[in-house]
Design a binder for this molecule. Sequence first.
Ligand SMILES: NC(=O)c1ccc[n+]([C@@H]2O[C@H](COP(=O)([O-])OP(=O)(O)OC[C@H]3O[C@@H](n4cnc5c(N)ncnc54)[C@H](O)[C@@H]3O)[C@@H](O)[C@H]2O)c1
Ligand SMILES: [Zn+2]
Ligand SMILES: [Zn+2]
Length: 361
Amino acid sequence: MPQQVRGVIARSKGAPVEIATITIPDPGPGEVVVDIAACGVCHTDLTYRDGGINDEFPFLLGHEASGVVESVGEGVTSVAVGDFVVLNWRAVCGQCRACKRGRPQYCFDTHNAEQKMTLEDGTELSPALGIGAFADKTLVHAGQCTKVDQSADPAVVGLLGCGVMAGLGAAVNTGNVGRGDTVAVIGCGGVGDAAIMGARLAGAVKIIAIDRDDKKLEWAKDLGATHTINGADVDAVEAVQELTGGFGADVVIDAVGRPETWKQAFYARDLAGTVVLVGVPTPDMKLEMPLIDFFSRGGSLKSSWYGDCLPERDFPMLVDLYQQGRLPLEKFVSERIKIDEVEEAFHKMHAGEVLRSVVVL
Ligand SMILES: NC(=O)c1ccc[n+]([C@@H]2O[C@H](COP(=O)([O-])OP(=O)(O)OC[C@H]3O[C@@H](n4cnc5c(N)ncnc54)[C@H](O)[C@@H]3O)[C@@H](O)[C@H]2O)c1
Ligand SMILES: [Zn+2]
Ligand SMILES: [Zn+2]
């Protein structure tokens, strides 16, 4: 029987979000209904609300979530009723040219549920990143569910579903940060701080945090930065060079995603080092630079989709490290809020007051 539950929707461009009654169909083949336990408020939810992703209103927002599998459709064997899962927005297909070449983290045809969740009048909802988890329950593809240790705090581990995984993976997977590396991270919001935490986990010896907000730099230190630079006060490239014997960092991560921050990342990098772009630029942004600099400085320039993660490989491992006290994931939860406080959380995020507000259901 289809069920009716509460969900946070964005009805039209820029309008405040609202709570609506939504209808969840029974899971079809390959689908799963998840009883949501917690869901973090991510910048991308706000971008959806503001029409920055596409025009497919109304959106069912929320995509950094954990919950318990309530029912499964035909053919689902990867998870079972009662499993505690973290949701992901890149369920790999196993069939496309990237998957077939053994690079599933680049999958070009990721899966979502085929059936639509709807409003009471039958209007189809577009779930944010194919998830839609500011809701009591949601419908996803089975591949979007990864079973993890059920004793973990749902509000904390749900954050692995987006920003924290993207940042940590940008350092560890895409940037391949290793023991003894020097790392610089530009932009210390949830994503940049997760990159800092990842760099520490991987054994980086010097971790330089760059932001324009001193409060953010304090949080970055708490998560593992060994040095901080306020980019509003000093030239960030020179400051990184000074801290690295005049050379630059082995890996520089741009967690802002603007032409000026990417250029800083490029020039704050040592010869043959790596730049990782994990912040998302807007389509109008352009870059003009001497081509010879790309050649003569060597190394590699990469972008990171979802931290090049593989949820089945990475989520259980990171939850275990967190449970053992070796990964301070709980520091990303700035506050726990109710489902009707998402709009307020957007304002706090905009004002830089929180790393993550998490809706607890
Ligand atoms: N690649 C992915 O798969 C992926 C996934 C999730 C989020 N993201 C992107 O990552 C980026 C960061 O997300 P977030 O949640 O951390 O955002 P956020 O707004 O919380 O953090 C951004 C930080 O950058 C700082 N900043 C802004 N301009 C700066 C500048 N010129 N120099 C130094 N610092 C500057 C801000 O003070 C802030 O602390 C966003 O673009 C987001 O869309 C990417
Ligand atoms: Zn694929
Ligand atoms: Zn997100």
